[in-house]
Design a protein around this ligand. Structure first.
Ligand code: TMP
Length: 218
């Protein structure tokens, strides 16, 4: 009997306006071409309840949100998403392609807001157990480039309304994560033209896709 190939958990990260949506669509094409079964999701969000929490997080309001409230809401949404969607998909042998995950919490709430990364790491263990992404594509671009692209999209959400300095800290946070875990991260220069960004992504994921095809005998 054939054992189903193991599902893999791929996340895509970056500051605002680095082209996550366009490049997630491109990664979907790579997965389709390789014959890999997968689901696509996003954080915060991914289930109806987690999307409600997302809405609470991103919609600007008069009352300012405490940093700790923000952190706990992010992890509340994540607990729901992991248990309702991510773990069942991986158990079925499907890949999960997720637009942001806990690296965003370290970058935004840790480096951006200045919350303790030890506290974030404790919540990570509490909420995720041993679940960690197998591979993370970090789309990296200078903050000005991303902010200009994000502002073209019109109404800014609560995070997008933050100032330049906040996003510099977030970017530094992401790059520190890459330095700490160079094996897991695929660092992509997202300020380059789209064709070369996508060439770099395809090269970065080649090994993962080939390993699946060997395991699944595709
Ligand atoms: P989006 O830009 O991918 O639509 O995500 C919405 C916002 O949520 C984005 O500005 C980053 C923020 N965010 C956090 O602050 N912490 C997190 O853990 C995640 C997943 C997202």
């Amino acid at each position: 009997m054939n054992t189903p190939a193991k599902g893999r958990f791929i996340t895509v990260e970056g500051t605002e306006g680095v082209g996550k949506s366009t490049n997630i669509a491109f990664i979907r094409q790579l997965l389709d071409a390789a014959g890999i079964p997968y689901i696509v999701s996003r954080e915060p969000g991914g289930t109806p309840l987690a999307e409600e929490i997302r809405n609470t997080l991103v919609v600007p309001r008069e009352e300012s949100m405490c940093e700790l409230t923000e952190l706990l809401l992010v992890f509340a949404a994540r607990a729901q998403h992991i248990n309702q969607l991510i773990l069942p998909a991986l158990a079925r042998g499907e890949w999960v392609l997720c637009d942001r995950f806990t690296d965003a919490t370290f970058a935004y709430q840790g480096w951006g807001r200045g919350l303790s990364t030890d506290v974030i790491a404790s919540l990570e263990t509490m909420v995720q157990g041993v679940l960690r992404p197998d591979c993370t594509v970090l789309l990296d671009a200078p903050v000005d480039v991303g902010m200009a692209r994000a502002s073209e999209r019109g109404d800014l959400d609560r995070f997008e309304q933050e100032k330049h300095d906040f996003f510099e800290k977030v970017r530094d946070g992401y790059l520190a994560r890459v330095a700490a875990e160079p094996q897991r991260f695929k660092l992509i220069d997202a300020s380059a033209d789209l064709a070369s960004v996508q060439r770099d992504i395809a090269a970065a994921l080649k090994q993962q896709l080939a390993a699946y095809q060997v395991a699944a005998n595709v």
